[in-house]
Ligand binder design. Structure first.
Ligand SMILES: Cc1cc2nc3c(=O)[nH]c(=O)nc-3n(C[C@H](O)[C@H](O)[C@H](O)COP(=O)(O)OP(=O)(O)OC[C@H]3O[C@@H](n4cnc5c(N)ncnc54)[C@H](O)[C@@H]3O)c2cc1C
Length: 265
């Protein structure tokens, strides 16, 4: 459990950024679902709930998820059910339970760069940028390669490029962390984006699998993903098993994607 000395409702994102720079002991609060598992002495807990970051908004070009949008809101948004093949609603369905998902936020899920993150796996298969303060906007893939910095993740922006996408995972039990997670999207021009998470390192795209999917179909893509990505071992699985799973789950995701597309025609 954490201990908080001062509790502060932030008035602006710049104020949050300044507080984060001021002391390493100042900490942004999301829903508190992960923070509560650790032992932290927080000098100033920064509450974002007065900043209006709990909104899912849409323009002609993109959909924006504010940092404080809950995982439950992703599931329940009628807008997201009609975009990206319902990917964002679907990717969170195994995360603990409804009450938990009502608290856990998109901002923390991305900013924490968890290897097991279903949310990052799904967002990487879309054309996603993160908005940071300080730092502005940059592609999610580039953000994941940067070392963690004391920045506020303000929002996630997803281009409305008309892609259809699916998410699948393998878990030891229904609501456990994923042993492996896969998301695949088919773009309007016929190209693919394939992301594999919980390897157990943080999700990454697999360009070789994407090219194989376009040229030779789902099975070739599954083989390429298993061959080209690095897998590791942890308490949930060995690297060897994850490699086998990658082949199966990528093939399965792409097959489901093809079925979805043929139904939509
Ligand atoms: C038992 C359990 C099972 C889980 N299973 C899964 C799973 O299967 N798949 C999955 O994807 N996730 C899973 N999660 C992760 C879950 O979604 C996280 O708890 C969640 O992402 C954290 O959200 P939160 O809003 O409660 O963050 P908090 O606990 O409030 O914060 C977590 C960290 O993020 C920082 N932070 C919060 N918001 C921001 C921001 N906007 N900008 C920068 N930093 C920020 C905080 O300072 C803190 O360091 C699981 C978690 C638990 C506890």
């Amino acid at each position: 459990m954490y201990t908080i000395k001062n509790y502060h409702f932030a008035e602006s994102v710049d104020e949050v950024a300044a507080l984060l720079q001021k002391s390493r002991a100042n900490t942004v609060l999301g829903g508190g679902t992960w923070l509560r598992l650790g032992e932290r002495n927080i000098a100033t807990a920064i509450d974002l709930s007065h900043l209006g970051l709990d909104q899912i908004t849409e323009t002609e070009e993109e959909i924006t998820l504010g940092a404080m949008v809950s995982l439950r809101a992703l599931e329940q948004s009628t807008l997201l059910q009609t975009q990206f093949g319902g990917l964002l609603a679907r990717c969170v369905r195994h995360i603990v339970g409804v009450q938990f998902r009502g608290l856990a936020t998109v901002g923390a899920s991305v900013a924490s760069r968890y290897g097991f993150s279903d949310v990052i796996t799904a967002l990487l298969a879309l054309d996603t940028e993160v908005e940071l303060c300080p730092g502005g906007r940059l592609p999610l893939a580039a953000y994941l390669q940067q070392p963690p910095a004391r920045q506020l993740l303000v929002a996630v922006h997803i281009k409305k490029d008309g892609c259809t996408a699916v998410h699948t995972s393998h878990r030891l039990t229904e609501t456990d962390f994923p042993v492996l997670a896969v998301a695949a999207a088919r773009c309007k021009d016929g190209s693919f984006r394939i992301s594999v998470g919980a390897r157990p390192a943080v999700a990454q795209r697999c360009p070789q699998a994407e090219q194989a999917a376009e040229a030779n179909g789902p099975e070739a893509a599954g083989e390429a993903a298993a061959e080209m990505l690095q897998f590791g071992s942890n308490t949930r699985s060995s690297a060897e098993y994850r490699k086998v799973l990658a082949k199966v789950l990528v093939t399965r995701a792409l097959t489901e994607l093809a079925e979805k597309e043929s139904l939509a025609r």
